[in-house]
Design a protein around this ligand. Structure first.
Ligand code: CA
Length: 223
C-alpha cells in the first residue's frame, strides 16, 4: 500500500512518514500544495494524508482539483482543532475523513487503515482468505493461526493482493503500490516476490493469470 503525505511542517511530515513506513506502507512526501496535487494526479496512491493549510495551493483546492479530475483515492485531511468550518469545507470538497491537530499518530494510522479497507470493500480490520488472515492493525499475517515471517516487500505484496481479493492485479499495479516514487522499479522482481510468498503461505491461493497478472482468492471462491 502506497501513501502520499502532503504537509508543510517538515517535522510533522517526517513523523507521519516514519510511522506509516513502520506499519508497512510505502510513502511519498510533498511539502506544498502544488507538489502534492501533482503527485496525487500522476501517481496511484491507496490513501492521501493532506494538510489543509499549505503553501502555494491550500488543501481544500488540492482535493477539489483531484475530484474534478476523477481521482477517487481516499483522502484524510489534517485540520486545526478550532476551525469547524475547515472540516466542513474539506468534506464538501471531497475529503473522506479528517483529524484535528494536534493529534496522536496512532489515530491517523487507524483512520488511514479504515479508509484503505473501506475503499477496497472490507469493513473489518481483519481480511480473511481461506486459512490466511491479514491483521491490518498489527501489520501481521497468519496461516492457520501461525504467524508468517514476511519481509516488508512480501508483506506489502500480500496486503495488496488481499485487499483486492478476487481481482486480477497486474505486475505494473503491484510495482506502483509497493514502491515509492524514488525506487528503481523493476516489475520482474514481482515474480520473485510472488514465488517467495507462495512458498511461505504453503497453500495455493495466488493464481497466475497469464498475460494479466495475479489473483488471490480462497479455494471455495475459485471459479
Ligand atoms: Ca500547514
Amino acid at each position: 500500500m502506497r501513501i502520499l503525505v502532503v504537509e508543510d511542517d517538515i517535522n510533522l511530515n517526517r513523523q507521519l512518514a516514519d510511522a506509516l513506513k513502520e506499519s508497512g506502507y510505502v510513502v511519498d512526501q510533498a511539502f506544498d500544495g502544488e507538489e502534492g496535487h501533482y503527485l496525487g494526479d500522476t501517481e496511484p496512491y491507496d490513501a492521501v494524508i493532506l494538510d489543509i493549510g499549505l503553501p502555494v495551493m491550500d488543501g481544500i483546492s488540492v482535493v477539489e482539483k483531484w475530484r474534478l479530475n476523477g481521482k477517487g483515492m481516499p483522502v484524510l485531511m489534517l485540520t486545526a482543532r478550532d476551525r469547524w468550518s475547515d472540516k466542513v469545507s474539506g468534506i464538501d470538497a471531497g475529503a473522506d475523513d479528517y483529524v484535528a491537530k494536534p493529534f496522536h499518530v496512532e489515530e491517523v494510522l487507524a483512520r488511514v487503515r479504515a479508509l484503505i479497507r473501506r475503499a477496497a470493500g472490507h469493513s473489518s480490520s481483519e481480511i480473511i482468505c481461506g486459512p490466511v488472515r491479514l491483521d491490518t492493525k498489527a501489520s501481521k499475517a497468519t496461516v492457520d493461526g501461525v504467524t508468517l515471517k514476511l519481509t516488508s516487500h512480501e508483506f506489502r505484496l500480500l496486503s495488496y493482493l488481499m485487499h483486492h481479493m478476487g481481482q486480477v492485479v497486474s505486475r505494473t499495479e503491484l510495482v506502483e503500490h509497493m514502491y515509492d516514487q524514488d525506487f528503481d522499479r523493476d516489475s520482474n522482481t514481482i515474480e520473485v516476490f510472488v514465488g517467495r510468498l507462495r512458498k511461505k503461505l504453503g497453500v495455493d491461493l495466488i493464481e497466475t493469470v497469464r498475460g494479466l497478472g495475479y489473483r488471490m482468492q480462497a479455494p471455495s471462491e475459485a471459479r
